[in-house]
Design a protein around this ligand. Structure first.
Ligand code: GLY
Length: 369
């Protein structure tokens, strides 16, 4: 088992990574539970596959698990479902020193974490992420949120879990497209500040996507270690260090907005394409060597993720995509901080990017076939 400490000041915790961990969830959670019951929030897909296994692991520790099973999908990150979770937790008589469990992907983790942040002014929670994206990114670092009609993740809180349990076996039953989309966030860590890890991805990414256990465990552990290091340095995204985790997200967000936040482009796919665009834009600005930028796009394309705008068949122009960026929640006093690259493993925060240059670049990218 790999154990990665997340050294957040005042709220440190471990991320444990091991194939088969879901079947031992009760043993790992036991020291964090004060009662012989535990409240678990999940979704219907995860419950169908894992409820029996996880419930049995708690029962083996003498703990009765109580379940709230929500609809699967992004629309569950809503005010309505938040109210439902809160009312249910109150009915379970959850107390501030209790730890509730979020079992599922990013939607369940974000929603349950936010409910934990506000119920009785804050109780504890344990993340048991079951998607690759949640295991390498959203379950670690304490960002919790729901969506509102005004946009995604606009209402939330920083609230750190007390423990994260990541079981790579949970990826075996997911659609290949979802695992591939989560892989974009793995590649991201290589591009941020770990060129040898990007090289590892080039050599081994296809093993991970084919389901090879060692490759999965290694990639999750190395990604979590990177995320732990970054969030420990800048928990609340105030110094610019945590902002590095947004590589690919500004372009990706614009593309998700243009495609209606739909199945046409999953979040991770938007991040993948966004990273390829960030690399090419960096090369065009003379910041990064063009061959390295094409190397980034080549790896993204090689694993079946979108690496060029042609893949999306958009009928808009670059200005329209750039306009979506003006509504990005990372806007800061009228400027949009952009994550650009000086090389593979050398991401930096650029605050002086001209959106007119971005629009002209996107026009040229849209014209590429
Ligand atoms: N997913 C980006 C962050 O946790 O900051």
């Amino acid at each position: 088992m790999a154990t990665i400490p997340v050294a957040i000041a005042g709220a440190p915790y471990d991320v444990r990574i091991e194939a088969g961990l879901l079947a031992k969830a009760g043993t790992h959670c036991r020291p964090f539970l004060r009662k012989d019951t535990v409240a678990i929030v999940t979704d219907e897909h995860v419950a169908a596959r894992w409820r029996e296994t996880v419930a049995a692991s708690f029962a083996a520790e003498g703990i009765e698990s109580r379940w709230l099973v929500l609809p699967a999908g992004e629309s569950t990150k809503s005010w309505e479902q938040l109210a439902r979770v809160i009312d249910w937790l109150l009915a379970q008589e959850v107390e501030r020193k209790d730890n509730i469990v979020a079992l599922g992907g990013g939607v369940i983790g974000d929603l349950t974490g936010f409910a934990a942040a506000i119920v009785k002014r804050g109780c504890g929670f344990i993340q048991i992420p079951t998607t690759l994206l949640a295991q390498v990114d959203s379950s670690v670092g304490g960002k919790t949120a729901i969506n509102t009609p005004a946009g995604k993740n606009l209402v939330g809180a920083f609230h750190q879990p007390v423990l994260v349990l990541a079981d790579p076996l949970s990826l075996d039953t997911l659609p290949a497209r979802d695992v591939r989309a989560g892989y974009a966030e793995v590649v991201k860590y290589g591009l941020i500040d770990d060129a040898p890890f990007f090289e590892w991805c080039e050599a081994n990414g296809h093993h991970l996507l084919a389901g090879e256990a060692d490759a999965r465990e290694y990639a999750i552990a190395r990604s979590v270690a990177a995320k732990a290091r970054i969030v420990a340095a800048d928990e609340k995204e105030t110094t610019g260090v945590r902002a590095l985790l947004n590589l690919g997200h500004t372009f990706g967000h614009a593309l998700e907005a243009e495609t209606g936040f739909s199945d046409r482009l999953l979040h991770g796919e938007g991040v993948a394409l966004g990273m390829a665009l960030a690399a090419r834009f960096s090369a065009r600005q003379g910041l990064m060597n063009g061959q390295d930028a094409e190397r980034v796009a080549a790896h993204i394309g090689a694993v079946g993720l979108p690496a060029s705008l042609a893949a999306l068949n958009l009928s808009c122009d670059g200005r329209r995509l750039a306009d979506h960026m003006l509504h990005d929640k990372k806007m800061d006093a009228g400027t949009l901080p952009f994550l650009l690259l000086r090389g593979i493993g050398e991401t930096f925060l650029a605050k002086d990017v001209d959106l007119g240059d971005v629009a002209a670049f996107l026009d040229d990218e849209l014209a590429r076939r």
